[in-house]
Write a protein that binds this ligand. Sequence first.
Ligand code: GAR
Length: 214
Amino acid sequence: MRLRLGVLISGRGSNLQALIDAASDPTYPAEVALVISNKPDAAGLDRARAVGIATLVLKPKDFADKAAHEAAMIAALENAGVGLVCLAGYMRLLSPVFVQAWHNRLINIHPSLLPAFPGLDTHAKAIESGVRFHGCTVHFVRVEMDTGPIIVQAAVPVSDDDTPDTLADRVLIQEHRAYPLAVRLIAEQRVTVGGNRVSVRGGTMPNTVIAPIP
Ligand code: GAR
């Protein structure tokens, strides 16, 4: 049976689309079972509906507090038989209770080479800092924001005339490769977490992606 994914989104959903596209191949070892959004107008919801994937909008304002909101999310994920929760542009911080409930079954994609540039505006920060390589990271989620064992990273070169937008576009292309790769490695049970390090069985450097210089 394929690993059932619960994908949490807040907006565009292009990484959700990358997972949907990967899973359209029946040999891919995971499938999107449920998409949850905290925003009713998230464009990603339409991507899921278009291919008949169950969606759920859970607005924090409709709940007494954060604990109640997250309890509803956990219940929905469990009811859908989800084995791995994927944050894909989910722009709310999860509480320690949620993070512990899905320990090592909760992953995130972040648009930088962590631990560089946690938080927002990562592409502008990369340009300002002068780094020659930028990229994205798929990692297991820990309580502290944008930390946790790194599963896959993809690096892209930074060119002299990059703007945050051009750099974001170049990174996003790699996000759409890195996220399905990380999910595949987990679904194939090739990933082991030891402390803050992930090791991956099989293949040579199977969890690094380097984009060509444009
Ligand atoms: C992606 O670039 C993702 O890495 C980023 O938000 C974007 C969502 O795009 N996530 C974060 O910044 C989380 N801290 P998408 O909705 O098209 O997948």
